[in-house]
Design a binder for this molecule. Structure first.
Ligand code: PMP
Ligand code: PLP
Length: 443
């Protein structure tokens, strides 16, 4: 793989900060090292002394004074070493990416810690997308993705999708406009990036089959593009075994995967991971050096200690518990929808994630319905339009999250009252209590 042809001029121009290199050197040196390098402040002057964080299983994470000083200090931009190596072990057990076995020239796999997967995504887009570039994705898609991509001035090509996500035949049709032999020509308009949410899509709840991923991957090989696999709901898959990921199929080193701990450990701690070919992950790290410097050392140490205490088995047991919770919430949402919405709306049962995507019959656009009528009734859903590339386009869908409300609340809310005016014949009761994930504040 020749990665340089994928980089924007801005990304290609990033250079390592000399001081950051010293910080990383210092981290790998014995504690006896006397460092007058770097601009680290003296943590003895910081007000926080030590911490004990109780874990729900009865264990504790203890930051003694020395650990606390480390937690309050600058750390390496790719992430603290013990957390990175734990995560590499996890990625290897879950995905066993073929790229791991490759030589550095062939794009050996690398990882870095990010402040939520959103940071990783935003930096990956800024690394790869130039104004005017053709970018492939299956809309409706996560509004945070659109927020990061649209200002880059690219031309988004919408690949048709259904409840199993992106449709490979439709992608093949779109790509047939181009000759794969032109992919490497200077100024070529052949897409170089495809983005997708492979499990429990936000907002559609769609999950891709292994077969579809394999077919999309083959098209990526044929036209030589990269795939951004944004998979924050990977750990929220309701069926076992979990679907094989794009990363697990990546023989060439063309997958950049973003993982998130937001749905399983904490969304507010802000921690996620980028996994991909080393030359690309290194560029993301250079961008981190120039912006946040690194994800909060406190957050990383806290998460790392928990994961070391748990081990992979303990982590996966915890994830099982989270999955059980969301599975029963999903079931409650589906039975309310069955009870109240049959014939009035349609939906597919999501196999992962926290969203039900509901198409309302007889409603051309749900925006007014939600923004005015639903608010009056203290019900909040997200009107589907915000997930479209052109958010002003009419959209008959709403997104209902089943993450926060109790099954009773889910069954209580009646969209019926405000629906009757826009559609007088429908005896309509959408029950979906509903967290308003207001687009800007709650993704
Ligand atoms: N601006 C200046 C002039 C600095 O010296 C530093 C830190 N050395 C920063 C910004 C970055 O500070 P922060 O750790 O708050 O990101
Ligand atoms: N990608 C998708 C598809 C999401 O739905 C979200 C959050 O809702 C994110 C990324 C951002 O996650 P994080 O909290 O890890 O930044």
């Amino acid at each position: 793989m020749n990665y340089s042809r994928f980089l924007t001029a801005v990304s290609a121009a990033r250079r390592p900060s000399a001081i950051r290199i010293l910080t990383e050197l210092q981290q790998r040196s014995p504690p006896s090292l006397i460092s007058l390098a770097g601009g680290a402040p003296n943590p003895d002057t910081f007000p926080f002394q030590f911490a004990t964080i109780k874990v729900k299983n009865g264990d504790s994470i203890v930051f003694d004074e020395a650990t606390m000083k480390r937690a309050l200090q600058y750390s390496a931009s790719p992430g603290i070493p013990e957390l990175l190596s734990w995560m590499k072990g996890l990625q290897k057990s879950l995905h066993n990416p073929p790229t791991l076995a490759y030589s550095p020239e062939n794009g050996q796999m690398e990882m870095c810690v990010t402040t939520g997967s959103q940071e990783g995504l935003c930096k990956v887009f800024e690394m790869l997308v130039n104004p005017g570039d053709n970018v492939l994705l299956d809309a409706p898609t996560y509004s945070g993705t659109l927020a990061a991509l649209l200002p880059l001035g690219c031309n988004i090509i919408n690949v048709p999708s259904d409840q199993h996500g992106m449709i490979p035949e439709a992608l093949g049709d779109i790509l047939s406009r181009w000759d794969p032999a032109d992919a490497h020509a200077p100024g070529s308009s052949v897409p170089r990036v495809l983005y997708t949410i492979p499990n429990g899509g936000n907002p559609t709840g769609a999950s891709m089959t292994a077969q579809r991923k394999q077919e999309v991957y083959e098209l990526a090989r044929k036209y030589d593009f990269l795939i951004i696999e944004d998979d924050p709901y990977y750990f929220l898959q309701f069926q076992k075994p979990w679907a094989p990921t794009f990363l697990s199929m990546d023989v060439d080193g063309r997958i950049i995967r973003t993982d998130s701990f937001s749905k399983i450990l904490s969304s507010g701690l802000r921690i996620g991971f980028v996994t991909g070919p080393k030359p690309l992950v290194d560029r993301v790290v250079l961008h981190i050096q120039a912006s946040t410097m690194h994800t909060s050392t406190f957050t990383q140490l806290m998460v790392s200690q928990l994961l070391q205490d748990w081990g992979q088995d303990g982590f996966l047991r915890h994830v099982d518990g989270v999955v059980q919770f969301y599975r029963s919430q999903r079931n409650a949402m589906l039975s309310s929808a069955d009870r109240w919405l049959k014939g009035l709306a349609e939906w597919h049962a999501p196999a992962a994630g926290m969203f039900l995507w509901i198409r309302l019959h007889g409603i051309a656009d749900t925006k007014q319905l939600i923004m005015e009528k639903a608010l009056e009734k203290e019900v909040l859903l997200v009107p589907g339009g915000v997930f479209n590339i052109d958010s002003s386009e009419a959209c008959p869908y709403v997104r209902a999250a089943f993450s926060l409300s109790t099954p009773q609340q889910i069954d209580e809310v009646r969209l019926a009252h405000f629906h009757t005016r826009s559609c007088p014949h429908a005896r309509f009761k959408v029950k979906a209590h509903v967290t308003l994930s207001s687009v800007t504040f709650f993704p």
